[in-house]
Design a protein around this ligand. Structure first.
Ligand code: FRU
Length: 474
């Protein structure tokens, strides 16, 4: 499908990444007529071209993927500066079968002229396209424009998330992220009876200021409890939280409270999805088996570390799909979906007090029944240390980290650890996904050194199959 030659160095074997060019946020996540669809922000001509639209992956099983190139181009006046992020809504027929896929996104327009593009000069158009087969898209329909948003908002409004839920105002709901004129991040809600004509509902913000813009809002429901997810920009860096340039997390709503009825969110309840260097703009969906699944973008905007060192022709990837569940205290646990384990190949018993060498940087490392401190070191370059009530992800080799240094979180001991290593991507899950660290790294060796210092009941690793190899040669 994509004839261009691709860099082989550091290309992932099982994380979604572009053949060439730039990838950012996951978009339009859904399972439609049995097929998983993962759209994504895509600039195929990066680093030169400026096009920004939706690329498209599909899969029958969440592990084998096809890439279909660009699905939504910026080709109408209302999305002249980019087809930005958005979500999917699956319509069912009377028998409950999937009938229509509706995709909603923000058409970004930067008008030519001398503007600040915050208060003037920018259009945010909410646009819909539909599909009966998941591949062929209808003409675009513009549903909402700047004039439809409350006048206390700036021009920054984007990233629609859609869901169905009965209410007097209609059973369709759209959630957007926004920046108001006082530079506070907000959610923006609209209702509809048909998914096309929308009326303003509400514009909740936090109790105390909490960032100037909230991107990529989401609504998650687990065990009947609702969560508001969003990516606030402008939180100050602190020693133990908000360590990235931009951060993202969720707030659990009080029992019995719906997002539809909230006007203030308690920012003190904000929990970060991921503690690593490279995680932002996640999106969730519910699949046909009822699982809530999250994909995140494995990068952060505007950082001073590198994600395409040495002139790679592609940049960024998504996390593996993570299944979400609710712990008793309301914390969301994230675990790689069970399908990821089907990629495991050869098993290695790990030396818990020494180094085990695996043939290359494709591994699933699993430690269970840990007591006391843990130190897991990969290639003598990247370590994950849990000690004294904290966990640290730390680069020991500057070239491998490409500017990344250290990230940390307070933690009450670690009982289990799972690390997914995939060439230049690493995801570390602690305590069944209560804390996760995601990072890119750029290893210099051919083989993978796994050095452990811990006491644990079991320490194993598997090599992983390369399922991305055929993704671009359809
Ligand atoms: C988040 C984001 C979104 C926007 C998209 C543009 O990374 O800034 O708010 O829709 O990226 O690519």
């Amino acid at each position: 499908m994509n004839e261009k030659s691709v860099d082989t160095r550091w290309r992932m074997a099982y994380h979604l990444m572009p053949p060439t060019g730039w990838l950012n946020d996951p978009n339009g996540l859904c399972q439609f007529k049995g097929t998983y669809h993962v759209f994504h922000q895509y600039s195929p001509e990066w680093p030169t071209g400026r096009e920004r639209g939706w690329g498209h992956f599909t899969s029958p099983d969440l592990v084998h993927w096809e890439h279909h190139g660009m699905a939504i181009h910026q080709d109408i006046p209302e999305d002249a500066s980019g087809a930005y992020s958005g979500g999917a809504l699956v319509e069912r027929d009377a028998e409950g079968h999937d009938a229509l896929l509706r995709l909603y996104y923000t058409g970004n327009v930067k008008e030519p002229g001398d503007y600040d593009y915050i208060h003037a000069g920018r259009q945010a158009n909410e646009i819909e396209v539909t599909s009966e087969d998941g591949y062929t898209l209808s003409p675009k329909r513009v549903l909402l424009r700047n004039a439809d948003y409350p006048d206390f908002l700036s021009c920054h409004v984007r990233d629609p998330k859609l869901w169905r839920e009965d209410s007097a105002e209609g059973s369709y709901h759209m959630l957007l992220g926004a920046r108001d004129l006082d530079d506070h991040g907000r959610l923006l809600l609209f209702d509809s009876h048909d998914g096309e004509k929308w009326t303003y509902r509400s514009c909740p913000t936090s109790m105390e200021p909490f960032g100037y813009m909230w991107e990529c809002p989401d609504r998650v429901v687990l065990d009947g409890r609702e969560y508001a997810g969003f990516s606030p920009q402008g939180l100050p860096d602190e020693e133990w939280r908000w360590q990235n340039e931009s951060n993202c997390g969720y707030i659990e709503l009080p029992e019995g409270v719906r997002l539809l009825d909230v006007d203030r969110l308690d920012q003190r309840e904000f929990v970060e999805w991921d503690r690593g260097f490279d995680f932002y703009a996640p999106q969730t969906f519910v699949d046909e088996s009822g699982r809530t699944i999250l994909f995140g973008w494995m990068a952060v905007p505007d950082v001073d570390y590198e994600s395409a060192p040495e002139g790679l022709s592609w940049i960024h990837c998504l996390t593996v799909p993570r299944e979400l569940s609710r712990a008793r205290d309301g914390r969301i646990l994230q675990r790689p979906v069970a399908e990821v384990a089907s990629l495991r190949k050869d098993t290695y018993g790990l030396d818990a007090r020494g180094t085990t060498t695996l043939p290359r940087h494709r591994a699933d490392v699993e430690l269970a029944g840990i007591t006391g401190d843990v130190r897991l070191t990969l290639d003598d370059a990247l370590e994950l240390v849990c000690e004294d009530g904290a966990a640290y992800l730390r680069f020991l080799d500057g070239a491998v980290g490409a500017g990344r240094t250290e990230r940390r979180v307070r933690i009450d001991g670690v009982a289990s650890l799972r690390a997914l290593v995939d060439e230049s991507a690493v995801e570390v899950y602690l305590n069944g996904g209560r804390e996760v660290f995601s990072t890119r790294w750029f290893p210099r060796r051919d083989d993978l050194g796994v050095t452990l210092a811990c006491d644990c009941a079991s320490a194993r690793a598997w090599t992983m199959r390369d399922v991305m190899a055929n993704t671009y040669t359809r």
